[in-house]
Design a protein around this ligand. Structure first.
Ligand SMILES: Nc1ncnc2c1ncn2[C@@H]1O[C@H](COP(=O)(O)OP(=O)(O)OP(=O)(O)O)[C@@H](O)[C@H]1O
Ligand SMILES: [Mg+2]
Length: 126
């Protein structure tokens, strides 16, 4: 399925459970709002969508997040490309231009560039 598919996502910071068993689908181009009291895990959830929680010592995620059918927590995922692809800043980003690599304006466009960030599809979680 295209879009973002989250299944059973839980996040701990050390011993502290910050996000518990979140399951949701976000369709392509769908506008979604996260609403809740301070500390309920909105930012934690968003960070999971481009694996920015990986940069926080003691943070660990369980569950599955798939974007356009690829599990972004699968081994071999290129998190740098993942973050650039999901949150591009066109004015400052140097797009890859190697032959066959694709980019937003060449090669196979967004899709091929995004695919390049992913390992072959695998099931399960890390
Ligand atoms: N870097 C961190 N280390 C330890 N605990 C954290 C860290 N970041 C968030 N938490 C904890 O995880 C829980 C969720 O926090 P989060 O920041 O995701 O909530 P939030 O919904 O975005 O809150 P706010 O509305 O204030 O922005 C809270 O209990 C918070 O204290
Ligand atoms: Mg927040």
């Amino acid at each position: 399925m295209a879009g973002i598919v989250v299944r059973g996502l839980s996040v701990h910071y050390g011993e502290r459970l910050a996000l518990q068993d979140v399951t949701m689908d976000i369709e392509p181009r769908e506008v979604t709002a996260l609403i809740g009291p301070s500390g309920c895990g909105k930012s934690t959830f968003l960070r999971c969508l481009n694996r920015m929680n990986d940069t926080i010592p003691g943070a660990r995620a369980r569950g599955t997040v798939a974007i356009d059918g690829r599990n972004i927590y699968a081994p071999g995922m290129d998190v740098v490309k993942l973050r650039m692809t999901r949150f591009p800043r066109r004015s400052t980003t140097t797009w890859p231009s190697a032959p066959g690599y694709g980019g937003p304006t060449g090669g196979g466009g967004w899709t091929s560039w995004w695919r390049g960030a992913c390992a072959p599809p695998t099931s399960g979680t890390r």
